[in-house]
Design a protein around this ligand. Structure first.
Ligand code: ADP
Length: 612
């Protein structure tokens, strides 16, 4: 019992599987596509490509598409069709296709001629064909048409609208039966334009000769590319090579009827669209495969699509986009430098901008620094001036002493002279000597005053070539009274040759003055016999050096750098600005001021200045 039910189940499953297979077979549709000239002939190849893509997209069934080519359309033989009819007949005798799609006029003409013999009952769809090439009277109830309509007059007028100066139009069209049919049509339709433009035909020429003539077209010419299947010499031209060659020699813009040619050589205009043709054809095909009677499907022919132009050709032929008809599409626009290199340009610009900003900031900063330098120098001068006053104050006693000496001598000499004048016989020679003494003493006194005045003079910082030896000498002269008064011995060891540096005389004097006064101060608590200052000048490489060494207690080693800090002082009434000003002055001369302790005791200050 169980066994027989198992057998029943198996049989049922098998029957169901067979039904499914059958259904799948039923969903399989056979379509034949018949080309007019060959599978790679523009514009038809573009139409077939679009139709197949649309069939795939729209079909709910699996389609088995077979393609054949009516090569006979390219020959002019008397009856070339027969072998091909035999071939197709043999191929489809048992199972005729469920739909035949004829591409182009020759295929349509061929099928209409041999329909009865070939596939009397198979549904037929004529497409990628101009409506004039269909013999509507011969259509059966199994036939339908998806055609286009060439409006040559409108096409040429549209071209003349964007190139109104055109005087000559070269017509590129071959010499095959199909092409000759079209030549007649064009001649008829374009007749009204003949008064405006010279329309030239080359159908009797070989393509080579045609190219030669077209290459020599006069200015203000245009070329109308229709097709070049068979030339005047009977030579066939495969694919779109002919158009490429034409473009290579053309010295005028080329326009045409079909977008299948658009993409490099064609300037553009209103044209038929393979994509649109593909959509329309596939949707009619679907209706036929779905069971509708082809004869019942009426599709009006489609006109040119809205105009489309190639930007590169518009540029080449100087056609302004402004004169294109409203709603035109412009393709192949080359991106501008800005569009191509936007990021690079922006990057470069921002780098340049940042650089400019930086430079501006630096220039501004430099200006500020210069100003600050000038201001600081001015302050330094002022401070140095104040410091000189302080020093001068310290020197008052010894200066007074120095002036008093010649003044006293002058007074004594004057009194002596008074007595001599009162005598009966004054000794003129002696009087003359006394007068000379008086003059010398007066000069000495005024020299002291002059030196003091020049030290206290407020002068701007100014670099001149000066002899460091001379500056040292003058300063020591100036300090002579002080050193004598303080009982300090001063030894000089000056470099014999002048030491020329670029410097400010008064300021350098002040530095030396400061260092000597400090040295004198440092030795104040020492027995008078031990108070010694040695002032040396030397040349060392490119530098001139002045060293002022004393025999005082020296500087505490940890304070060697502190002494240059403003307001550092160990003196009861000190201000602590002398050395800081001195260092600032020396640095303003591009030099160095260094402090050290001598191994034998005492401090030594060294001024190093670059030689001029
Ligand atoms: P001030 O003389 O008003 O103190 P300075 O700046 O001229 O200011 O000197 C700062 C300090 O450096 C002095 O107070 C002193 O302690 C130290 N100094 C300067 N010269 C000497 C020197 N020759 N020997 C020892 N100490 C010195």
């Amino acid at each position: 019992m169980a066994r027989s039910s198992l057998v029943r189940l198996c049989v049922a499953t098998l029957v169901y599987a067979l039904t499914l297979l059958d259904a799948a077979a039923a969903e399989h549709k056979r379509v034949m596509i018949l080309h007019s000239f060959g599978r790679e002939f523009r514009p038809w190849n573009e139409y077939v490509r679009a139709i197949r893509a649309e069939l795939d997209r729209q079909s709910p069934w699996v389609l088995d598409v077979q393609e054949h080519s009516l090569i006979a359309a390219r020959t002019t033989d008397s009856n070339p069709d027969l072998p091909f009819v035999e071939y197709l007949h043999a191929l489809y005798a048992d199972k005729p296709p469920e739909l035949i799609i004829c591409i182009g006029a020759p295929a349509a003409v061929f099928i209409q001629r041999h329909r009865q013999k070939l596939f009397p009952a198979a549904p037929m769809l004529f497409t990628a064909v101009e409506q004039r090439r269909i013999q509507f009277a011969n259509l059966t109830e199994n036939d339908t048409v998806v055609a286009v309509r060439h409006d040559f007059r409108y096409l040429f007028e549209s071209f003349l609208a964007i190139a109104p100066e055109t005087r000559v139009i070269a017509m590129v069209n071959g010499n095959s039966p199909n092409e000759l049919v079209w030549q007649n049509e064009m001649r008829r339709e374009l007749k009204p334009l003949e008064s405006r433009v010279d329309i030239r035909w080359y159908d009797k020429l070989s393509f080579e000769e045609m190219l030669k003539q077209i290459a020599a077209l006069p200015a203000h010419s245009a070329i109308f590319w229709f097709q070049m299947i068979i030339d005047g010499a009977g030579v066939g031209h495969e694919g779109d090579r002919a158009l490429t060659r034409l473009y290579a020699v053309a010295n005028a813009p080329i326009f045409t009827t079909d977008q299948a040619f658009f993409g490099r050589e064609i300037i553009g205009g209103p044209m038929h669209s393979p994509a649109e043709g593909g959509r329309r054809t596939a949707s009619v095909a679907m209706r036929i495969l779905g069971g509708e009677k082809p004869g019942d499907i009426k599709t009006p022919p489609s006109d040119f699509q809205p105009p489309k132009y190639d930007w590169r050709e518009l540029k080449r032929w100087n056609v302004s986009e402004r004169i294109l008809p409203a709603g035109s599409e412009v393709d192949f626009r080359e991106p501008s430098t800005w569009e191509t290199y936007r990021w690079q340009i922006m990057l470069i610009c921002s780098v340049v901008l940042a650089q400019a900003l930086l430079i501006t900031l630096l220039v501004h900063e430099r200006g500020r620094r210069l100003l600050a330098e000038v201001q600081s120098r001015q302050r330094m001068s002022e401070l140095a001036h104040v410091n000189r006053f302080t020093t001068a104050n310290e020197l008052t006693a010894s200066i007074a002493h120095e002036i008093n000496q010649p003044l006293g001598a002058i007074r004594t000499n004057a009194e002596t002279m008074e007595l001599m004048v009162k005598s009966a016989a004054p000794d003129i020679a002696e009087i003359r000597e006394i007068v000379a003494d008086i003059r010398r003493d007066e000069e000495r006194a005024s020299e002291v005053i002059l030196r003091l005045r020049s030290l206290l003079k407020k002068t701007p910082f100014e670099l001149r070539e000066v002899d460091l030896n001379a500056i040292v000498g003058e300063t020591l002269e100036f300090l002579a009274a002080l050193t004598v008064g303080r009982q300090v011995g001063v030894d000089r060891a000056l470099e014999p040759a002048p030491l020329v540096v670029r410097g400010d005389r008064i300021q350098l004097q002040q530095v030396i003055l400061n260092l000597v006064v400090n040295a004198i101060d440092a030795m104040a608590g020492m027995p008078t016999a031990e108070r010694h200052i040695v002032v040396r000048t030397d040349r060392s490489g490119n530098f001139a050096e002045v060293s002022i060494a004393d025999s005082g207690p020296g500087i505490a080693p940890d304070k060697l750098s502190d002494v240059f800090q403003p307001f550092f002082t160990t003196k009861e009434h000190g201000m602590g600005i002398g050395l800081s000003i001195a260092r600032t002055i020396v640095e303003a001369h591009a030099g160095q001021l260094l402090a050290e302790n001598d191994a034998k005791g005492g401090a030594r200050f060294r001024i190093r200045l670059p030689l001029a």
